[in-house]
Design a protein around this ligand. Structure first.
Ligand SMILES: [Zn+2]
Length: 356
């Protein structure tokens, strides 16, 4: 009798838990730390939102979040992200057609049919190779440093869509609900000794690309710039503030923090979400040190790594050692890393500047 009552009770509790989980339209990774997110009845009343569950980009025809307060974030390889909020789509970097040496992202540049803005962190091909074609098809505003937009000027995109920024302060772009402040960063500069040693080891232990694959890579490479200015004056971090005050820092290369970034963060204080490239230095001792500098400067509530995947014959950059180091220093930081196109949704009403 008593056992039966227990079973009934546990079924009832399970049903409640399932109903509650279903009721929330998204799985905000901060929900277990911020009670107010679970208590948000307006959000709970809505059914599960496909924009926060389906692995389909809004820019390729997937759903937009039902609630204007929701921010849906999807990582799509290297330092590419899709941000969808309040009916608008912002793409961070545009490197989708990577060639047959790379794992598929599950969509092609030609599938991207809707975007309001493309923010390019820097002009190397693995950050901008599809910016012109996607920009031309979608009519999106395309933003980058001079060395990046000089490359765009040679490509098939209406130059009226292109905005050149320096990141040296005083520039604010209002792109719909997204207030974008470009900040001059610095490209990663991993020690040549490390890069050469790992490169040689990979070459010795993995099949060489075919001539066709090499030709394919050369074509893709031409859609970016190799100008030296990319490193010191062409790498732009973007501080993005939504109408609600929710703040995002995006940095697409794992380089050192600049004085411009320090000054911007002295003003902003902290960000809700950091989308931050992992350093290319291979060794955890080096990548962890760089990640800690980023995290100490931006002070994100939620840390999502970028630029950690790689071609089939290469090594992905480890993210777990970074997560561990970040949490050892500040256990409150939430780390999130998902697969290509898997959404993470935030209730932007809950943000550092407004509620805490
Ligand atoms: Zn680069």
């Amino acid at each position: 009798m008593r056992a039966k009552a227990l079973v009934v009770a546990s079924i009832a509790i399970t049903a409640l838990v399932i109903q509650h989980a279903k009721a929330r339209p998204f799985e905000d990774p901060r929900a277990d730390r911020i009670a107010a997110i679970d208590a948000d009845t307006a959000f709970q009343a809505e059914p599960r939102d496909p924009a926060c569950h389906a692995p389909v980009l809004a820019s390729t025809g997937g759903a937009m979040p039902k609630n204007a307060r929701t921010l849906a974030v999807r990582w799509t390889g290297y330092a590419n992200f899709e941000l969808v909020h309040n009916g608008q789509i912002v793409l961070l970097d545009a490197y989708f057609d990577r060639g047959s040496l790379y794992p598929s992202l599950g969509f092609k540049a030609a599938d991207v049919k809707k975007a309001d803005a493309i923010l390019i962190g820097h002009g190397h091909h693995d950050h901008m190779s599809d910016a012109a074609s996607v920009g031309a098809r979608t009519g999106a505003t395309v933003v980058g440093a001079a060395v990046t937009t000089e490359k765009l000027a040679t490509q098939a995109i209406d130059q009226k869509q292109v905005r050149t920024v320096t990141g040296r302060g005083g520039e604010v772009l209002q792109l719909g609900a997204f207030k974008v402040e470009p900040i001059l960063g610095q490209h990663g500069d991993p020690p040549a000794q490390l890069v050469d040693a790992f490169g040689a080891a990979l070459k010795a232990t993995t099949p060489a690309p075919t001539p066709e694959q090499l030709a394919e890579q050369a074509t893709i490479r031409q859609r970016g710039t190799q100008d030296r200015r990319v490193r010191s004056e062409g790498t732009i971090a973007y501080l993005i503030t939504l109408d609600s005050g929710f703040r995002i820092m995006y940095r697409d290369s794992g380089g050192r923090i600049t004085d411009f970034e320090k000054a911007a963060m002295e003003r902003a204080g902290r960000v809700d979400l950091g989308l931050i490239a992992v350093s290319a230095a291979y060794l955890n001792s080096a990548t962890v040190a760089q990640a800690l500098e980023h995290v100490r400067t931006y002070k994100p509530d939620v840390y999502m790594p970028a630029h950690h995947d790689a071609p089939f014959n290469n090594l992905w950059r480890s993210t777990e050692p970074l997560f561990q180091a970040v949490k050892d220093e500040n256990p409150r930081i939430v780390t999130v890393s998902k697969g290509y196109r898997e959404p993470t949704c935030f209730n932007t009403e809950h943000n550092i500047s407004r509620t805490r």
